[in-house]
Design a binder for this molecule. Sequence first.
Ligand code: ASP
Ligand code: MG
Length: 415
Amino acid sequence: MKVYKFGGASVKDAAGVRNLESIVRQADVQDGLMVVVSAMGKTTNALERVVEFCDAGKEDAALNQWIDIIDFHVAIMKELGLQPGTDIRLQGEIPFDPALPYDENYDQIVSMGEIMSTQIIAVYLLKQGLSVEWWNMPKLLRTDDTWREAKVDSETSAAVIKAGWERPNRPHIVIAQGFIGGTADGKRTTLGREGSDYSAALLGNYLDAESVTIWKDVPGILNADPRIEPNTVLIPSLRYMDAVELANSGAQVMHPKTIRPLENKHIPLYVRPFGDPTAAGSVISDDGVGPIGIPVYIWRKNQILITMRAKDFAFVLEESLSEIFDIIHRNRLKVSLIQSSAVTISVCVDNTRFVPDALEALKARFNVSYNDHLSLLTIRGTTPEILERAKAGRTIMLSQTTRRTARLVVKENDN
Ligand code: ASP
Ligand code: MG
């Protein structure tokens, strides 16, 4: 079996869904195709706004936004020749409960994007005569209740998913939601933004897939973001380790958790262009060769650089480190870079909603200063000339270089 994953940009309109159909029809696979799909277009962002409006008590704004989302899906359905209300009944009411915490409501509402996209695609493919089944991942992919970043219980999930897949007379194609799962007591959860790749990798792992393919709106894995760099180069082949590093340094190629489940079972991961299904794209595997000779530029935006200095003079690095990282971990910060001197420790972290609380906790123990509106630029395969060029005209807050890799924390408006 194989796993195909289609992101939001691939299914942003009816033409995208038809293109998915043609890719799925051409899939060269004997014993079944698992198709993992994200929410259509920018639906997840729109649903996040619904949550914000609901939480702020702005009922009209929430409802208007919700209706826009439903209308967007209805328009796609009509263009695909589906009858809203007959072929598919979309959820009418916003699944919001003012008694629940924000993050729990977030998961109930935001997960609807994937539910809607997969319902539409499954029914459409069925009507085109394909052998299709729709899977409800909140009932199959078991997670804990860490809302918005749920942890997957792979033991339970793998057993249920394998049993479902290996059923006699299962339809050839299964359509499943990426990004979402569910708790033991039936609540929907989400795995973190852009988490569909991770879902696809987990399904590939549980079902011992021959391969997992991510269909994207780029030619494959590029050495830089084409929205920033005009001249990008395709990296045809990478090792798992390179891919983990790329993903963790902020490349928008795939979710960082995607690689491990595939590496564990030696399953190759293809990244291929949705618009040109005959192009080879990139492959990540055990015997990938890596981007030799091509410098790779990875931007990680929206960073904050926090520097801690001891309140007394007895600065014991080891003790302070464990204390700092305990606070960081408890506050769910994502560290992108660490630097220490004799009297200070600096960490560069994603500037998320968790930062203010973490700063408070750190201030109780250390003298803390910080700079925000920063970006982290990682250059792999750098040379002194490349580094000079990257630094030119930028305000460098911090830099770390090894022989082949340079990491620069720069002011954001200099990008
Ligand atoms: N729809 C979700 C998001 O936009 C998950 C994904 O696309 O991977 O974050
Ligand atoms: Mg997406």
